[in-house]
Design a protein around this ligand. Structure first.
Ligand code: SF4
Length: 372
């Protein structure tokens, strides 16, 4: 079933490592942006069933609950949003309070994803984050007391000056908070990230690669012991709490993205909305095309995507099913190149499924090169 993604490009401040499509909060622009979102969504649907909606950013929790309610009303007016739809809102701890959480809940949001990143103050300061670890804990409690029973936390590893023990401390703190879902991301430093300059100036460094690998494995072991199940390279959850929306990205699903820079994939086509917020609003208001980049995917590209993304899941790839869908014998085509990875124990064949072992997840990019 179709998923909807709604991009909210505003942030209270810009983190020094961030490479997302975002900008500083501007109240007047935000008002026009929400109106543009409503217009775009109302013009997009033809009553198709939808079972996930994801507000991502940026910082979607900078919107008022009434604005989230308006956007959701537009979604419901344009699509057949299932009563059981998963509706997620990404939230930064410094932007949330009990009233807002109750408002989001009343608007129809039923899943919160908190960008916590670390439970250690020095790390939060180095990243330029505005919240403290205590604020993150309090925001989590506020969300629970507002009735959210499906809450995710994001943590980032391999931060500047972060030791393995420091990372363990954040993972333990996250487990203590008791989320239903956790995403563990590796810090990626894009070429001109201000954090790179901060690191050079302050003499901060990242731990060696082998420590990063160890951090990943130790976190997963701690999360296993705490009752979380890994379902994707970077994601673990309590039973039944997988991100239904994100699973669409990894299982050859279809989604429509709304807002500036949002991507869509549907009917074998992929497109991206214009990135700049002001330009997006202007085009919506002028009833001009929003898509900056439309591509019709070839069968080969769709096959490649399905193989790439599916291998991220711990359930692995059903190569027979993918073969049927794309008319290819996957093992005949890639088996010889995959064999060394099977022999090394990083890829396992499990009936018709091809599965990365946990150690294999550390070298996932190398394995995926086989499909390029
Ligand atoms: S809050 Fe998130 S989207 Fe905004 S600047 Fe920081 S990392 Fe980027």
């Amino acid at each position: 079933m179709l998923g909807l993604y709604v991009h909210v490009p505003f942030c209270s401040s810009i983190c020094n490592y961030c490479n997302f499509n975002r900008g500083l909060f501007d109240g007047a622009l935000k008002d026009r942006y929400v109106a543009a979102l409503e217009t775009e969504i109302r013009g997009a649907g033809r009553g198709e069933p939808v079972d996930t909606i994801f507000f991502g950013g940026g910082t979607p929790s900078l919107l008022d609950p009434s604005e989230v309610a308006r956007v959701l009303a537009a979604c419901r007016g344009s699509f057949a949003v299932r009563p059981t739809a998963e509706i997620t809102l990404e939230t930064n701890p410094e932007t949330s309070n009990v009233q807002k959480m109750e408002g989001f809940r009343a608007a129809g949001v039923n899943r919160i994803s908190f960008g916590v990143q670390s439970f250690r103050e020095p790390e939060l300061r180095r990243l330029g984050r505005l919240h403290s670890a205590d604020r993150a804990r309090q925001a989590f409690r506020e969300a629970r007391s507002a009735g959210f029973d499906n809450i995710s936390l994001d943590l980032m590893m391999w931060l500047p000056e972060q030791s393995r023990d420091d990372w363990d401390e954040s993972v333990r703190a996250a487990i203590d908070v008791g989320p239903d879902h956790l995403s563990l991301y590796l810090l990626e430093l894009y070429p001109n990230a201000p954090l790179k300059e901060d690191m050079a100036r302050a003499g901060w460094s990242q731990a060696p690669d082998e420590d990063a690998a160890d951090m990943y494995l130790r976190a997963l072991a701690a999360l296993d012991a705490a009752g979380y199940g890994q379902y994707e390279i970077s994601n673990v959850c309590r039973p039944g709490r997988e991100s239904r929306h994100n699973v669409k990205y990894w299982t050859d699903g279809e989604w429509l993205g709304f807002g500036c820079g949002a991507h869509s994939t549907r009917d074998g086509r992929r497109w991206k909305n214009v990135s700049a917020t002001g330009e997006y609003v202007a085009r919506v208001m002028a009833d001009e095309s929003l898509a900056d980049d439309v591509r019709v995917l070839t069968n080969e590209e769709r096959l490649e995507d399905a193989l790439f993304t599916g291998l991220r899941l711990t359930s692995g790839l059903d190569i027979e099913e993918i073969g049927r869908r794309y008319g290819v014998d996957v093992w005949a085509r890639y088996g010889a190149a995959l064999q060394p990875f099977v022999a090394a124990g990083v890829v396992r064949r499990d009936g018709p499924r091809l599965v990365l072992t946990r150690e294999g997840m550390l070298v996932a990019n190398e394995v995926m090169q086989v499909f390029v």
